[in-house]
Ligand binder design. Structure first.
Ligand SMILES: Cc1cc2nc3c(=O)[nH]c(=O)nc-3n(C[C@H](O)[C@H](O)[C@H](O)COP(=O)(O)O)c2cc1C
Length: 403
């Protein structure tokens, strides 16, 4: 993660790298509609939640630039908008947008209106980082919150001395939540869900993966509690189910609530020692609540067996992220392993990813130096195929016109 304000010369000059697309017509299933709970998607190409750290400061509010970025990608079957922290304490990365006050909800309204104007569907990822934070991001410079006071071997991103510049730093030692704070936390998830609904989102996704707060409760090394929220497997997964129940009640429709898990991911120092038992128990409890979908990610090759089993055990829709291209997504859809494919980096550099899949056009490769922080460059500046073609025509006309 670089902390500079980023220029994106390659994209601006139309010189980004490309990977070949699939042959047009090969992505039949990927382009077909699907229902996830109450959500009706016009295709199975889902945009992954992607933290881009470009909210308006101060206040961590989404603004017109974010609305344009999401509108450019509105042809996705569904957009899972980037993780939004549900409380000031839930933030672990500078400039990420929040969803805990009215001004932020008004900012998100710009985003939902822009995407709906193009006929898109979008949900918001509800995020609490837990111990993946630092005193410099916390109210009153307090210690970050966590299941237990166990410092992670992980880094977070704090603002630097100059505007728009930040730095990666080791996470601080957190403070373990007491029981009354756990009740408050569950209510904060519910309150954020209500704000998201009021802002016009079609639903929400609970972030229970990637080593953030809810995943920390699941992880025996991070969660050393013995008070009903730690110790046994049912105790470790209790808070995830309490949050799911509270968010479903807040939204008023389980079919508009998704949940993200990363069963074999090791991100942010949260490798699980008993993934098989833990995640089969958790998925059974989630299944009983009938949410819109289960979003799985962070699965490497050895994880395939567990992921397949979770898919088999779960009666609802399953969507998955991690290195998909049109061919592998179509293959997993055909095998019945997923109901929709989630694409991350390809959506950063291909706002018209769906159209590229339709036509079999090549995909632009994203420039990772502009992933996190900055302005429009490397964010809203990636051209669509039509814009690239027009630019190329203009350049060659210019060339011909010159003596
Ligand atoms: C820039 C960037 C930001 C991300 N932010 C989030 C996030 O906010 N929430 C989340 O669950 N995953 C996040 N991820 C992970 C992606 O959602 C996705 O799982 C991952 O990129 C793998 O998909 P891909 O290979 O298609 O990129 C992020 C990934 C990238 C590259």
């Amino acid at each position: 993660m670089s902390g500079q304000l980023h220029l994106h010369p390659a994209a601006a000059a139309g010189e980004v790298g490309y990977v070949p697309g699939s042959a047009a017509g090969e992505a039949r299933r990927l382009l077909s509609p699907v229902r996830l709970g109450t959500l009706c998607l016009r295709n199975r190409v889902v945009m992954a939640p992607l933290t881009r750290q470009r909210s308006l400061q101060p206040g961590n509010r989404p603004h017109a630039l974010n609305a344009l970025y999401y509108q450019q990608r509105a042809s996705a079957g569904m957009i899972i908008a980037e993780g939004a922290h549900i409380s000031p304490e839930g933030q672990g990365f500078a400039w990420t947008p929040g969803i805990h006050d009215r001004a932020q909800a008004e900012g998100w309204r710009l985003v939902t209106e822009a995407v709906h104007a193009r006929g898109g569907t979008l949900v918001l990822q509800l995020w609490h980082v837990g111990r993946i934070s630092h005193r410099r991001l916390q109210p009153a410079a307090a210690a970050p919150l966590a299941p237990s006071a166990v410092r992670p071997d992980a880094r977070c991103f704090v603002p630097g001395a100059r505007d728009g510049v930040g730095e990666m730093v080791a996470c601080d030692t957190p403070r373990g939540l007491d029981q009354s704070e756990i009740i408050l936390l569950v209510e904060q998830f519910a309150s954020a869900a209500r704000l998201a609904r009021d802002a016009g989102f079609d639903g929400v996704e609970i972030q229970a993966g990637n080593g953030f707060l809810l995943d920390q409760f699941l992880c025996a090394r991070a969660n050393q509690r013995r008070d009903g929220y730690g110790g046994s497997t049912p105790a470790r997964l209790r808070i995830v189910i309490e949050v799911l129940d509270a968010v479903i009640a807040a939204i008023g429709d389980a079919g508009r609530v998704g949940i993200h898990l990363s069963p074999l991911g090791s991100m942010n120092d949260t490798a699980h020692h008993d993934p098989q038992h833990l995640f089969t128990s958790l998925v059974a409890a989630i299944d009983a609540r009938r949410p819109a979908y289960l979003h799985l990610s962070g699965a490497h090759a050895e994880a395939v067996a567990l992921i397949r089993q979770l898919r088999h055990d779960y009666s609802g829709a399953v969507i998955r992220a991690g290195g998909y291209d049109a061919v592998s997504a179509e293959r997993d859809l055909a095998a019945g392993d997923i109901d929709a494919a989630v694409f991350g980096k390809p959506f950063i550099s291909n706002p018209d990813l769906v159209e590229r899949i339709e036509t079999g056009a090549a995909w632009a490769i994203a420039d990772d130096s502009s992933f996190y922080g900055g302005g429009a460059d490397g964010y809203t500046t990636y051209p669509t195929l039509a814009e690239t073609t027009a630019q190329t025509r203009e350049r060659s006309a210019d060339h011909v016109a010159r003596p």
